[in-house]
Structure formats: structure tokens, C-alpha cells
Design a binder for this molecule. Structure first.
Ligand code: ATP
Length: 324
């Protein structure tokens, strides 16, 4: 393999830049030309493909976002769009592609591999940690650190005013950010999309806290909870439990940004390095991931179809035990 390309696609995640750097430098170290595709699959279609050198990725390891930009590209989902993308790769004799993104990104890569024989390797880059085949995805650790930093600040206010705060965090289908944030910030309760906590249970937990003289309560709500978002839940709880002044904070997009944590920088470097090594070995349609502190491959097919229930059972149990 002589020419490879790298792109970032879907939602941005901290650590993407560190991964791009690792891909570019591992490729060049091994005598391969590396191209960067701007704006994900949109850039493949628009022929927005630029040569990268070792210096083009200097001083980016600590930056959030992605220097290659990312996009959601509907055209790539069509046969015509994918054909144009393939022709642009072919005109530069690019045979291998590293895609950094989530499940949509992998679906696109899988099709490109199957239909046109492009060698594709996926790197799991999403703050939601919702992919099978990697214990952690890029950006997840940083997002949790951002969330707990925000909760620590909210706790100061909550405590000073005897308040009950509902804090909504990202994760439409995945409660990973919510669960870890709850443990790390000492939240009183957490509502997860994977678990059907009833309002009765939540209120009982809050009542116990109030009766044992808790001066404030923090409830973390994952955005995908069946009772609705933090505003809906706060309203329903307030109708029946009015011990504290109730407030709501939606953390929103601030969870995606920021400088990657050491964990994400190292994970990104390992995964980028591994992705290029897989291409050099001739492998394709694989995702590189972290399992038990080792880098392992999973077929993209499996990563997309196997159910990724990733909530650690001890952490789930601890949400009740440690919040008494
Ligand atoms: P996140 O987890 O942050 O949402 P993602 O990779 O799942 O990341 P998507 O927007 O779902 O984000 O997908 C990224 C891009 O992948 C899409 O904009 C589209 O270009 C491509 N893609 C998604 N699904 C398909 C598909 N079925 N066929 C071809 N390409 C696809």
C-alpha cells in the first residue's frame, strides 16, 4: 500500500486530532503517503483531499475538535455519491482509508469497502462510548471530565441554597457518560436510558436524602431517558416532592469540546498507530479498539451489529450504595 487517507466524520470528539497525528506520522514513518480528507465523506465527494506531512500535524495533540473538520453527508449514502467518492480516491491511487467516527461513519466505510474494495479501518471516535468492540471510545473520558468539572461547580450553588439540581448530560441511547459522571461527582441519583427507574423510586431516594439531612441533591439525567429530558423530570418530581428549591441545567454541547485528557490522547495515539498498522498488514473492514488495556480488532460488521451494553454492574450498584 502506497497511499492512504484519513477522515473524521459524524460528531466531533476530543482526541480526534491526536489520532489524526498518529495516523499521519505512522504512515509516513512506514514510507506511505498520507492524505487528509476535509469534512468527512463530504470531502471525499468534493475532492477536498490534501497531502499531509509530519509537520502538518504539529501542535495538535492537545486540541479538541478536528483539524480535518467533520460533516454529516447525506450524498454519501446514495450510490452516485459513493461512486464519486471512490473515483476521487482512485484518481490519487489511495487504496487505504482510516475513518474516525461513530456507527454511521462505520456503516459508510463498510459499504465503501464491500462495493469498491477500498481497504478501510475504523477508529471509534464518539463521546457516547456506544460502540461494541472497544471498552472506551475516543472523547468519552474527556467528556466525563468536562461533566464532573461542571457538576462540581453546580454543587457549590446547590449546597449553599439547599437546592435540588437536575443536570442533563449527553447520551441518547447510552447512559455511559451519565453513570460515570454520577459516580465521579457523588450524585444522589442518576437516570439512564438503559434502566427503567420509576419516578416513585427516584422520589423515594430523594426523600431518604432529605430526611437524613442532605443539604443538596444532584440528579443526573441522560438525555435519552424514557421520562423525558431534565426539565420534564424536574417538573414531575416537583409536583410530588417539594423539599428543595429545584433547578435544571442542560450541559449540552460544552461536553464535546475541550482539550483531550491524557487518557484520550494516549488512546487516540494507540488507535491511530494501530489503524495504520492494520492497513499495512493488508487488513480491511476492521475497527481497532481498546479491550482490557490491549488494542484489538473487531470486524466493523460486529461492531455495528453486536449490542454494546457497557454499564459496569458494580458502578450501577454503587449509585445506590454510595449516595445514602
Ligand atoms: P456520532 O456517533 O457522533 O453520531 P456517527 O459516525 O454515527 O457519529 P452519523 O452522522 O450517523 O455520525 O454518520 C456520519 C456520516 O456517515 C453520515 O453523515 C454519512 O455521510 C455516513 N453514513 C451514515 N450512514 C450511512 C449509510 N447507511 N451509508 C453510507 N454512509 C453513511
Amino acid at each position: 500500500i502506497k497511499n492512504i487517507a484519513v477522515l473524521t466524520s459524524g460528531g466531533d470528539a476530543p482526541g480526534m486530532n491526536a489520532c489524526i497525528r498518529a495516523v499521519v506520522r505512522t504512515g509516513i514513518y512506514n514510507g506511505v503517503n498520507v492524505f487528509g480528507v476535509l469534512q468527512g465523506y463530504q470531502g471525499l465527494i468534493n475532492d477536498n483531499i490534501i497531502p499531509m506531512d509530519a509537520r502538518s500535524v504539529s501542535n495538535i495533540i492537545h486540541l479538541g475538535g478536528t483539524i480535518l473538520k467533520t460533516a454529516r453527508c447525506l450524498e454519501f449514502k446514495t450510490d452516485e455519491g459513493m461512486e464519486i467518492a471512490f473515483r476521487n480516491l482512485k484518481s490519487r491511487e489511495i487504496d487505504g482509508l482510516v475513518v474516525i467516527g461513530g456507527d454511521g461513519t462505520f456503516t459508510g466505510a463498510q459499504k465503501l469497502g464491500e462495493k469498491y474494495g477500498v481497504q478501510v479501518i475504523g477508529v471509534p471516535g464518539t463521546i457516547d462510548n456506544d460502540l461494541y468492540g472497544s471498552d472506551f471510545t475516543l472523547g468519552y473520558d474527556t467528556a466525563i471530565n468536562t461533566v464532573i468539572d461542571a457538576i462540581d461547580k453546580i454543587r457549590d450553588t446547590a449546597d449553599s441554597h439547599d437546592r435540588l439540581f437536575f443536570i442533563e448530560v449527553m447520551g441518547r441511547d447510552s447512559g455511559c457518560i451519565a453513570l460515570r459522571s454520577a459516580i465521579a461527582s457523588g450524585a444522589e441519583a442518576v437516570l439512564l436510558p438503559e434502566k427503567a427507574t420509576s419516578l416513585n423510586e427516584l422520589i423515594a431516594q430523594l426523600e431518604t436524602g432529605a430526611s437524613t439531612k442532605k443539604s443538596s441533591s444532584i440528579v443526573i439525567v441522560s438525555e435519552g431517558h424514557k421520562h423525558g429530558g431534565a426539565y420534564d423530570i424536574a417538573k414531575k418530581v416537583k409536583e410530588r416532592f417539594n423539599h428543595y428549591d429545584t433547578k435544571v441545567t442542560i450541559l449540552g454541547h460544552l461536553q464535546r469540546g475541550g482539550s483531550p485528557s491524557s487518557f484520550d490522547r494516549i488512546l487516540a495515539s494507540r488507535l491511530g498507530f494501530a489503524a495504520v498498522n492494520e492497513l499495512l498488514k493488508g487488513n480491511t473492514m476492521q475497527m481497532v479498539g481498546l479491550r482490557g488495556n490491549e488494542i484489538k480488532t473487531t470486524s466493523i460488521e460486529e461492531a455495528l451489529t453486536k449490542h454494546a451494553f457497557k454499564l459496569e454492574s458494580d458502578l450501577l450498584e454503587m449509585t445506590k450504595v454510595l449516595s445514602i
